[in-house]
Design a protein around this ligand. Structure first.
Ligand SMILES: [Zn+2]
Ligand SMILES: [Zn+2]
Length: 337
């Protein structure tokens, strides 16, 4: 079978790999689509992940073969995968915080993933894909789940105002999660006009391509200056600092975007304004299953966000190179092996 193997910074190669054979509780999935995640792009740019692995942790497909101990599933079932490879034994796993597992790993990062004809997984990773979700939308639950975790961990409450900085896949889904959660005012900021136009389909109150701090600060309808919540989804240093400028006193900054270098921020404001700054990483299985449920019930709409489907053979140029270009017209690119 063919697979796109990640070999480090800016290096992905299509190679012939042996087709895995499922044993015991293992299942072989024939991949239909696999999405390129923002974290995959980050790994491609920086060399963040260990080399010699087939990436792709967002994928769907059908069960092609099963080990003898797999009972709950049958050949041909449409499935997606909760990709976390947490240990289940450490301090965090025992508290249900599997996203913080000390041995934290994932299918498509530390083990071969979806940018290949087939993927081998243990059956407990499988999540059924409901009939109401087309294959094309069967890969997007990762970022929706992270958005749901971000709302829960930040104690977001209905009636609050929020700004979303950066409208890649993550920001687009945080915007939709905020709509469901009852945000009173939502401001979105993204300098890529293609992405901004797509976000307008989800009806934010204010969409801006240029960061205009006074306008954001005035958007809080509670009569105070600054928004209640900032969801920083870009990882762009200037926006990280802008977050401190636009959050209200006592407000919360949720950092979701990743960056690879340390950066300078003005923590004096943060102290004097009693702000909360928190990081959010990945998601739990319950968030992933809730994300599937929200798409199945049409409460979250991935359609405008999946902008391109490419064959596996074009994954480098049309996938990764296109994905990291600042002028890209794409948001979520799917690979079809
Ligand atoms: Zn992802
Ligand atoms: Zn663990």
């Amino acid at each position: 079978m063919l697979g796109a193997q990640y070999q480090g910074k800016k290096k992905i190669e299509l190679i012939e790999l042996p087709k895995p054979v499922p044993k015991e509780n293992e299942v072989l999935i024939k991949v239909k689509y696999a999405g390129i995640c923002g974290s995959d792009l980050e790994a491609y740019k920086t060399g963040l992940y260990p080399a010699h692995v087939v990436l792709g942790h967002e994928f769907c497909g059908t069960i092609a073969e099963m080990g003898q101990n797999v009972k709950k599933w049958k050949i041909g079932d449409r499935v997606t995968v909760f990709p976390s490879l947490h240990c289940g034994k450490c301090y965090y796993c025992k508290q249900g915080l599997t996203n913080l597992c000390v041995y934290e790993d994932s299918i498509g990062i530390g083990a071969n993933g979806g940018f290949a004809d087939y993927v081998l997984v243990k059956d407990h990773h499988l999540v059924a894909l409901p009939d109401s979700i087309p294959d094309k939308h069967g890969t997007v639950f990762d970022q929706i789940a992270t958005g749901l975790l971000a709302l829960r961990e930040s104690n977001f409450i209905a009636g609050s105002s929020a700004v979303v900085l950066g409208l890649g896949t993550m920001g687009q889904f945080v915007l939709q999660c905020l709509k469901i959660a009852g945000a009173r005012t939502i401001v979105v900021v993204e300098k890529n006009v293609h992405r901004l136009e797509i976000a307008k389909k989800f009806e934010p109150d204010i969409a801006m391509s240029k960061l205009t701090l006074p306008k954001i600060k005035r958007s809080n309808k509670r009569g105070v200056s600054g928004v209640d919540f900032v969801f920083e989804c870009s990882g762009v240093p200037i926006l990280v600092n802008a977050a401190l400028d636009v959050v209200r006193k006592g407000g919360t900054i949720v950092q979701i975007g990743l960056w690879d270098k340390p950066l300078e921020i003005n923590l004096l404001k943060y102290v004097m304004n009693q702000n909360h700054i928190m990081g959010v990483y990945a998601y739990l299985r319950e968030d992933f299953e809730f994300a599937v449920d929200l798409v199945a019930r049409k409460l979250i709409n991935p359609e405008p966000i999946v902008t391109k489907i490419i064959p596996l053979s074009e994954i480098v140029q049309e996938g990764f190179e296109c994905g990291i270009s600042p002028e890209t017209k794409d948001i979520k690119i799917l690979v079809e092996p």
